[in-house]
Design a protein around this ligand. Structure first.
Ligand code: ATP
Ligand code: ZN
Length: 300
């Protein structure tokens, strides 16, 4: 009897700010995908992994209800879902695995430019428009504020102009949308970025092994993004100082140089970005022939 192959489902935003980065990240993990005609599912060609393309708001629910094993979504959406479930007396069956360093934004309070804001107490007895009722109510409760939350599913920034709210609570990255609507950011409720979430439901050995493999590759992809391979020549006498200057590196490889005893070649993987200042400091310490190379893949 043929046992059907176990496949992993990963929920990814269908169209929006996170889509391109999410798919790019998975492709860097070695996944080749074909887009089906309806584009609800992308099938992995070379790995038993399928992508479910959905609205970002649905991703924590799909992972929590075990329809998908993993999901890539903004922390803002994860936190809102967690608080919504909590208010219904339920618990989110997902755990957060990695922060992905894209989709950066913040959930902020903003007010019409003429309104004075002197801290959370200024929100007392006001109306605040938001799509993030859970996070906003949690914030108001923690600050002991009585205010009315007015739910808007989108275009929250027009609520004050419509006379529907005194403040808004919405996602901000550059602030240009706020500015265009005559609003000023007055407080930040949370910082957000895209994260990987995983179901907490037991997966079975075969599926878990596959999830572990993709998470390990993801870890590698995230690490190499910042990592650089650095090569230089140095006098033996300066080795200790040079080693201290190499950013985030483990023990470097030290190799003899042909025809000289007092100079060596030093090779190191630096897990932080290497800036011009670092190179200049290395040179000042006696290093020469400095070379910085990008790292393509890494497996710890
Ligand atoms: P969907 O149709 O999937 O519901 P959406 O309109 O809710 O899409 P997008 O605007 O594509 O979602 O935003 C997706 C995520 O991108 C947000 O939840 C947030 O985590 C992140 N993001 C980053 N910068 C911003 C920003 N300036 N405004 C809104 N979201 C941002
Ligand atoms: Zn959405």
């Amino acid at each position: 009897m043929d046992i059907p192959e176990q496949r992993i489902q990963i929920a990814v935003q269908k169209t929006g700010r996170l889509t391109e980065h999410s798919i790019d990240l998975l492709e860097r993990c070695g996944l080749k995908i074909t887009k089906s005609r309806d584009q609800l599912i992308c099938y992995g060609e070379n790995m038993p992994i399928d992508l479910l393309l959905v609205r970002d708001d649905d991703i924590p629910g799909l992972v929590s209800e075990d329809v998908c094993d993993l999901g890539i979504v903004g922390l803002n959406i994860v936190e809102e879902k967690r608080l919504n479930l909590e208010s219904e007396g339920r618990e989110g069956l997902f755990k957060q695995i990695y922060e992905l360093d894209f989709g950066h934004c913040r959930l902020s309070l903003a007010a019409p430019e003429e309104r004075e804001y002197a801290g959370p107490e200024s929100l007392e007895n006001t109306r605040i428009a938001t799509s993030y009722v859970g996070i906003l109510n949690d914030y108001l409760k923690k600050n002991n504020i009585n205010a009315e939350t007015v739910y808007f599913s989108g275009a929250v920034e027009i609520a004050p102009k419509l006379g529907r709210a005194d403040y808004i609570c919405d996602l901000v990255s550059t602030g240009s949308t706020l500015k265009a609507n005559g609003l000023t950011e007055v407080d930040v409720l949370m910082d957000s970025e895209a994260v990987v979430i995983q179901t907490q439901a037991p997966l079975g050995d075969e599926k878990q092994a596959l999830v572990d493999k993709i998470l390990q590759r993801l870890d590698g992809v995230l690490q190499v993004r910042e990592s650089k391979y650095i090569m230089l020549h140095a006098p033996r006498s300066a080795l200790a100082e040079i080693r201290d200057l190499l950013p985030g590196s483990e023990a470097p490889t030290v190799l003899p140089l042909d025809g000289t005893d007092d100079k060596v070649a030093v090779h190191a993987v630096c897990r932080e970005n290497v800036f011009w200042e670092t190179l200049e400091n290395l040179k000042a310490a006696g290093a020469s022939s400095l070379l910085v190379l990008p790292v393509e893949k890494m497996l710890a």
